[in-house]
Design a protein around this ligand. Sequence first.
Ligand code: 5GP
Length: 188
Amino acid sequence: MDNKIIIITAPSGAGKTSITRYLLQHYPVLAFSISATTRKKRGQEVDGQDYYFLELEDFNQKITEQAFIEWEMVYQGTFYGTLKTELDRIWGDGKVPMLDIDVKGAIHVQQQYPNQSLSIFIEPPSVDALKIRLASRGTETEESLQTRVNKAAYEISFKHHFNKIILNDELQKACLETEDVVKAFLEA
Ligand code: 5GP
């Protein structure tokens, strides 16, 4: 098989970041694909580690240069994208990139790499549970919380586009289930 890619997608707050971290800790062959974004840095985030934080002008320049595998305006006025150079960097290290991206971006990557990607949709137990989880994270304003909740309901309707759906009603169980799928893909 050509260079492999693992895509983890889910509505915001469904637990995909926790599951991604778990996999990265257990499988050294996996490397987190650092996205570019125009969002402002939050809390402890580090540029070049969590994201490449770009000004809108620089992001647009990269779009013009066709530097992205995919990019999306994930929220009104806020752009996120996967850089080709990022995948090449990870493959160059002999590793498998793990993309933690939104549903539309995930569909685009999957379309471009149909035979070498594994796409996993992490499903929240319900939209209400998701709202509680997002609120407890304390990083959202009331407005951005509502935006994320509305978007979540829409994104869940796309779950059947992905290779595997994992229900995250209990994090530990969801991590182990995801691990099984990833392990089989890496060994194939
Ligand atoms: P956050 O602002 O909470 O870090 O991320 C918001 C959303 O953007 C999450 O659903 C995250 O998966 C998604 N995201 C992060 N990087 C990318 C990317 O490169 N492309 C796309 N399409 N979505 C991304």
